[in-house]
Design a protein. Structure first.
Length: 481
């Protein structure tokens, strides 16, 4: 399946739905459905019974809305790309790094304490071995060189060494075993401190849990209040929209009634005018008929008179009268035909004028009907746009609420991770205390064996140091290893 994002989105291809994660997130942030960005050609808006002007208006409206939504989605997409948020994996690595650093510090402090303890014990053994000839020195050459050096002939040092040896010998005579009591006291103190810390931590965690529950409850109450307010606002908006739509419908009905009344009035006027014209035409036809009948009657009378005269003078002027009658009859016929033709032409002209008036009246009514239809469609598109924007705002708020709940759940998971890290650190401290106690016991036993055998054998101490990775770095220890 081809990956389609807002970056390479085409405005002219059909069935081109975005499917990449960032593009879908950008659409949901703005409350846009991905199929709302699809391009629809002009042919999709063709409907039987709709004029071309209304189809063109629908196409322009939906194309403008689509480009507007596409611009909003692309702007949100660029914002998402520019804002680099820290991932949860980085936060987990940071917690792990903090825990590792803390454990490393504890280990280093433990090693320092062990090093100090070993140096202290070996320092005492060194002084004792220098003043007690019964000790089997591991390095006689080094001891002879030190004996020959001027610093070894210092009487004050000799006196202090002898006093220290006496105190050390008396101490070793009185107590030949290692001092475990001090370590046990330290361990008990450490346990008590850990228990106090655990109690404090438990109380703190309980307080945090209470605060979290309170915050969660406050957040839920706030969300419920916001939801109620949103529902109320949406209800008010819908009521206002319904009221506005009702007012618009009433106003449109008033306009249509006014236009219809005007149109009916004009039609009535035209009909009355046509009726007057028709009545006038009928009167003219009647008049022309009367005149024609009168003329015909007069002509018939004249013809009868002429015939009587003709009969009277037939014998006298037969040829002259016959030619005159023929000429007069032809002239009368031509006159009648000419008069009838003029009447027919006037009638045709009047009928053409009436037909033009009727066509003009019909075109005016059709134009007004189309204007009313376009106005109705515009109001319908406005309602569609309002409903569209309302649904988009609702989807946008729903997405924000879901993102807020996700961030809250992520925060709770991170708090649990921090709590687990603290538990791990407490256990690590406890393990280091136990390990330190064991190491001290082994060191004390090794020193005790040296004191009993009166021999500087540091192999066991070297083994303990190698286990801890301390290395041979202390100056006192170098002289014995």
């Amino acid at each position: 399946m081809k990956a389609i994002s807002l970056k390479n989105y085409s405005d002219t291809e059909q069935f081109n739905i975005v499917n990449t994660p960032r593009s879908l997130e950008a659409c949901f942030c703005e409350g846009i459905q991905p199929d709302e960005l699809l391009y629809a050609p002009f042919e999709d808006f063709a409907r039987p019974g709709l004029s071309k002007a209304i189809q063109q208006m629908n196409y322009k409206f939906f194309e403008t809305q689509r480009k507007k939504l596409l611009t909003l989605a692309r702007n949100q997409y660029n914002k998402i790309l520019n804002s680099q948020k820290q991932s949860h994996s980085q936060a987990d690595l940071k917690i792990k790094k903090i825990v590792d650093n803390e454990i490393q510090k504890l280990k280093e402090n433990n090693l320092k304490r062990i090093s100090k303890l070993i140096n202290y014990k070996l320092d005492g053994l060194k002084i004792t071995s220098e003043n007690d000839p019964s000790y089997d020195d591991a390095k006689p050459n080094a001891g002879s060189q030190k004996a020959e050096s001027p610093s070894n002939h210092n009487p004050k040092r000799t006196q202090s060494s002898s006093g220290f040896n006496k105190s050390q010998s008396s101490h070793y005579k009185n107590d030949k075993k290692p001092d475990y009591k001090k370590d046990e006291i330290m361990l008990a103190q450490e346990r008590e401190r850990q228990e106090k810390n655990e109690l404090k931590e438990k109380a703190k965690n309980e307080e945090i849990e209470k605060l979290r529950k309170i915050k969660e409850k406050e957040l839920q109450d706030h969300i419920n209040r916001v939801k109620i307010l949103r529902e109320k606002e949406n209800h008010d908006k819908l009521a206002k929209l319904a009221k506005r739509e009702s007012n618009s419908k009433k106003q449109l009905e008033r306009i249509l009634r006014s236009e219809a009344s005007k149109r009916n009035e004009k039609i009535t006027q035209e009909q009355s005018r046509v009726a007057r014209v028709l009545s006038l035409k009928a009167q003219v036809d009647d008049y022309y008929k009367v005149v024609r009948d009168k003329i015909v009657k007069e002509e018939n009378d004249k013809l009868a008179l002429y015939t009587s005269r003709k009969l009277q003078y037939q014998n006298e002027v037969q040829e002259k009268t016959h030619s005159r009658n023929v000429h007069h009859e032809e002239k009368s016929k031509i006159t009648r035909e000419k008069y009838i033709k003029e009447l027919e032409e006037k009638k045709d002209k009047l009928m053409q004028e009436l037909k033009k008036r009727e066509e003009k009246l019909n075109s005016y009514a059709y134009k007004k009907e189309q204007e009313a239809e376009i106005l109705k469609q515009k109001n319908k598109l406005k309602d569609v746009e309002k409903e569209w924007n309302t649904q988009r705002v609702i989807r946008k708020e729903e997405f924000k609420r879901n993102e807020l709940l996700k961030s809250l759940s992520t925060g709770f998971n991170r708090a649990e991770a921090i709590k687990s890290a603290r538990e791990f650190m407490r256990q690590a401290r406890y393990d280091l205390v136990i390990q330190s106690k064991t190491q001290k016991d082994r060191i004390n036993k090794a020193i005790y064996k040296m004191e009993v055998k009166k021999k500087m054998d540091v192999d066991e101490i070297k083994e303990i140091l190698s286990e801890q990775g301390i290395g041979v770095k202390q100056p006192l220890l170098k002289e014995f290893i």
